[in-house]
Design a binder for this molecule. Structure first.
Ligand code: SF4
Length: 346
């Protein structure tokens, strides 16, 4: 392993020449700081999803709510609908809570230290470090999945994830200095995304390959080591698509819990055993000629789900929404069921 300054210099030079162009980013050597609101928003959106998936949402959010004050003043339901499809809906609720805290407690200006950012609703250690480093050039230790992977390979860390997280973070801290901390974090993120990829890393193009133990051992993909995952439990339920002309009947889900506060379709509870015919009949939102339209599969973080989809025309006390709007504004699991039901009716 060569010295930290040499490795840093090579990776920063690589970043200067190869930085990804991202809508929330101000590239290296531009001489202007990025907008903390955009950095924060992008970091929240990018947790657990990819840049291509998050980008249209980021552009839509910043068009509708160009500043943190605009987002703080937004209608909760509109924000939740705009978030639909990004998953992890508690995050959308925290997003609005955080924007309101910045607007009311900080005069609409994001605090500029990791400690102060950490106090904001929904801002965890990772997000606070990322915003402090990228938006305010603070020497914060940012350790996302990309950076963990690079560290695991660079040092051939044998401890498997997730146990290795603290060790990988401590290794990443060795490289953080007051010189270009925001660019350093983003250089590591870009290396992880573009070169030190999860599969088939491009070691022949890597500016730090001479330092990399996993590369030296000839098996970079063997790192990070992982413990075998326990199987996800599987659940079953039924979901109801009641139509009235071109409209679909939706419900607002309870504020707490999975998909809390989102618009969705009426459903049975989701349990290990498939619902019985009597349970399916009892949970229907209205007496109607319910027809089976097939089933959809969906995977959440902690369980996978099979939903039997039932469709009927009828009346009930529901939130009547144009079908295309319902597909666009409900979480993915319901959008899948809607597409299937509407297709079966076509
Ligand atoms: Fe990753 Fe390969 Fe570079 Fe090592 S040499 S850091 S495995 S891309």
């Amino acid at each position: 392993m060569t010295a930290v300054p040499s490795l840093r210099a090579r990776l920063l030079a690589w970043y200067d020449a190869n930085a990804r162009r991202l809508p929330w980013r101000v590239g290296p050597n531009v001489g202007r700081a990025p907008d903390p609101y955009r950095v924060w928003l992008s970091e929240v959106m990018l947790q657990q999803t990819t840049v291509p998936h998050a980008t249209p949402y980021f552009l839509d959010f910043t068009r509708r709510w160009p500043t943190v004050r605009d987002l703080a003043a937004a209608d909760d339901g509109e924000v939740m609908a705009a978030w639909a499809g990004l998953g992890y809906y508690a995050r959308a609720r925290n997003l609005v809570a955080c924007a309101r805290a910045v607007a009311s407690d900080h005069g609409g200006v994001f605090p500029d230290t990791e400690e102060a950012l950490r106090v904001l609703p929904g801002v965890g250690g990772y997000t606070a470090a990322a915003v402090a480093a990228i938006a305010f050039d603070r020497p914060a230790n940012v350790a996302d999945g990309n950076i963990e992977r690079v560290m695991a390979r660079l040092f051939a860390v044998e401890t498997p994830l997730p146990d290795a997280k603290a060790e990988l973070k401590a290794l990443a801290a060795r490289f953080v200095t007051a010189d270009r901390p925001g660019d350093w974090a983003q250089a590591l993120m870009d290396l992880g995304a573009m070169v030190c990829r999860p599969k088939a890393p491009l070691c022949d193009r890597c500016p730090i390959a001479t330092d990399c133990r996993a590369f030296g051992q000839g098996e970079p993909e063997a790192y990070p080591r992982r413990t075998a995952k326990a199987d996800r439990p599987h659940r079953h339920g039924a979901v109801y698509v009641l139509t009235r002309g071109r409209e679909v009947g939706l419900v607002r889900r309870p504020p707490k819990g999975l998909l809390g506060g989102m618009l969705g379709l009426p459903t049975t509870p989701w349990r290990a055993a498939a619902p019985t015919r009597a349970e399916i009949a009892a949970a229907a939102p209205a007496p109607a000629d319910w027809r089976a339209a097939g089933q959809v599969e969906h995977t959440f973080t902690h369980f996978s789900l099979t939903l039997a989809v039932y469709r009927a025309d009828g009346e009930a006390d529901l939130i009547w929404t144009p079908a295309d709007e319902a597909v666009a504004s409900t979480p993915t699991v319901f959008a899948k069921a809607l597409r299937l039901a509407l297709l079966s009716a076509a």
